[in-house]
Design a protein. Structure first.
Length: 163
């Protein structure tokens, strides 16, 4: 076992600052969507993914990957969206084991109503508080973190049988 590379004082500060910002930002977006649109940010992300898909429909496995969700968590969320009448599910014609989630007209209308408030919150608390240079740096940083985690996430999901 290799020796632990403990964080320096500066690294600890950056780590805590990063985690605080991500947590507060996500909590703010969730509160805004709950207050204004009766849905958590995870449901909004599902509706967005479906709205951008051809025919506003995706296989559940594809939807889970796009939403960075486990299949079981996604299935639970889609069940709630079905109860609201925002999404329907049907069997996949090419694979009886798979199912397809489809955004309903009502779901699309709910998404259209929720989008302005959500975009305003994102703009006010991310884009408006950072300079162009900071946004470019954030983009690069975010991509580097995602690339660094991509292989590990795929490996972990394969071990759990999620793909």
């Amino acid at each position: 076992m290799s020796e632990v590379r403990w964080l320096s004082e500066d690294e600890q500060r950056v780590w805590r600052s990063f985690m605080t910002a991500v947590t507060r930002f996500t909590e703010h977006l969730d509160r805004q969507l709950q207050r204004d649109s009766r849905m958590p940010v995870a449901y909004y992300e599902i509706l967005v993914a479906l709205s951008e898909a051809p025919g506003r429909a995706l296989r559940m496995s594809e939807l889970a990957a796009l939403c960075h969700s486990s299949r079981s968590r996604l299935s639970h969320a889609v069940a709630k969206l079905e109860k609201e009448g925002w999404v329907t599910r049907r069997a996949c014609p090419s694979d009886r084991r798979g199912s397809i989630a489809e955004l309903t007209s009502e779901g699309f209308a709910v998404l259209e109503a929720a989008a302005p408030g959500h975009v305003t919150a994102v703009r006010e608390h991310l884009f408006d508080v950072l300079s162009v240079e900071q946004l470019e740096a954030l983009d690069g940083i975010s991509r580097a973190i995602s690339v660094g985690l991509r292989a590990e996430c795929a490996s972990a999901k394969a071990e759990l049988g999620e793909f």
